[in-house]
Design a protein around this ligand. Structure first.
Ligand code: DAH
Length: 369
């Protein structure tokens, strides 16, 4: 700092003495160093280098000094201002860096933390299988048909040529809505959708109807009171059993792959004549377990065949019940269990897995959409 100056009145310029200026700088530097963040630094800047700061006020007094003292005081105050400015700049650099680091830390994402995600559900394999089966028919030009689950007893039984004294109609098999004489049942099969399709649509008709059906069975490994079927119905001129067989073979190939063997085994259903069960050759043992106790097959129970569904040529009495000219039109129909198909196709052995709703079962089938 500069030495004493004896050419002017020291009282008049006490604010500009070396000690006073040093004191201002010291206070400014201390306040700047004490500023813990940019807001505090802003306050320190205002207090120590703003228009009303001691240094600014001292600066203003320079003009009142005698000429001989002006240069000296001006230099001193100029240096002081430069020191304070430098201290502010340095502190600002440090505080900005600290602020940025804090922001980075606060906004950091730790990619190694376990994700807090809710497992997505999976679509149920019964749903995706119904869609796949439906798609096979859509690609052959069929429509999807629907009907209510609480169905008219007439459509579920009478129109399908199931007489009132048929065992399937007893309280043991059928869930009746309200009372047995309400005329409404929980449909026991998807076959009533055939009746609705024939009443609603123009001929020729080619429809499939996947849906939920109900029977009074206890839930166990092979039964469930609520299950699913896919119904098929074609009504056209000149249809034969060969058309039915070709259609079912196509479905079997699409579901189980090239080389699957089917057979039609004579059977009885009131709504078809002739009627057949459609069997699949066991694709595990391919018939090799039949009559060979050393090679038992769990999939087909060593029968060589597994029952897949029912089918046949639509009984003319059914066509007549809905007013179709049986001289001109013939139909074929079929109905498959979706649960059975899933069991064969994907090796599911326990029906209960399909109804329990455990997402681990569902997800094992992948995120099929
Ligand atoms: N509705 C029958 C059942 O649930 C299955 C069935 C058999 C459907 C023959 C048909 C058919 O369309 O023609 O057991």
């Amino acid at each position: 700092m500069s030495g004493p100056n004896t050419n002017f009145d020291p009282k008049q310029v006490s604010a500009l003495s070396a000690e006073a200026v040093d004191q201002m700088v010291a206070e400014a530097v201390a306040a700047i160093a004490a500023a813990g963040d940019l807001d505090e630094l802003k306050a320190a800047r205002l207090a120590h280098s703003g228009d009303r700061s001691p240094i600014a006020l001292a600066n203003r007094e320079i003009g009142a000094l005698p000429p001989a003292a002006k240069a000296d005081a001006g230099k001193r105050v100029g240096q002081a201002r430069a020191q304070v400015k430098k201290a502010l700049e340095d502190r600002e650099v440090v505080l900005i860096a600290e602020r940025d680091e804090q922001v980075m830390r606060a906004e950091a994402v730790d990619v190694t933390l376990p994700a807090n995600r809710r497992p997505l559900g999976g679509r149920h394999p019964l749903t995706t299988l119904m869609e796949r089966m439906s798609d096979v028919f859509i690609s052959m030009g069929y429509d999807i048909a629907e009907g209510p689950e609480a169905e008219a007893e007439w459509a579920n039984f009478d129109a399908l040529n199931v007489p009132p004294d048929h065992p399937a109609r007893t309280m043991q098999d059928t869930f009746y809505v309200e009372s047995p004489d309400s005329g409404v049942v929980l449909r026991t099969q998807t076959s009533p959708i055939q009746i609705r399709a024939m009443l609603d649509r123009e001929l020729p008709i080619y429809v499939v109807a996947p849906g939920r059906v109900y029977r009074t069975d206890e839930l166990d490994a092979t039964h469930t009171p609520v299950f699913h079927q896919i119904e098929g119905l074609a009504v056209d001129e000149g249809l034969t059993m060969a058309d039915l067989k070709g259609t079912l073979d196509h479905l079997a190939t699409q579901m189980f792959g090239e080389g699957i063997v089917t057979r039609l085994r004579p059977s009885y259903f009131p709504f078809t004549e002739p009627s057949a069960e459609v069997d699949l050759e066991c694709f595990v043992c391919e018939g090799a377990s039949v009559g060979d106790p050393s090679r038992p097959c769990r999939t087909c129970g060593s029968e060589g065949w597994i029952e897949w569904g029912g089918c046949g040529m639509v009984n003319p009495r059914v066509l007549q019940a809905v007013g179709i000219d049986t001289e001109k039109y013939r139909g074929f129909a079929f109905g498959m269990g979706i649960e059975r198909t899933l069991m064969f196709r994907n090796g599911v052995t326990d029906m209960r897995d399909m109804v329990e709703g455990d997402v681990r079962f569902t997800q094992a089938f992948g995120v099929d959409v």
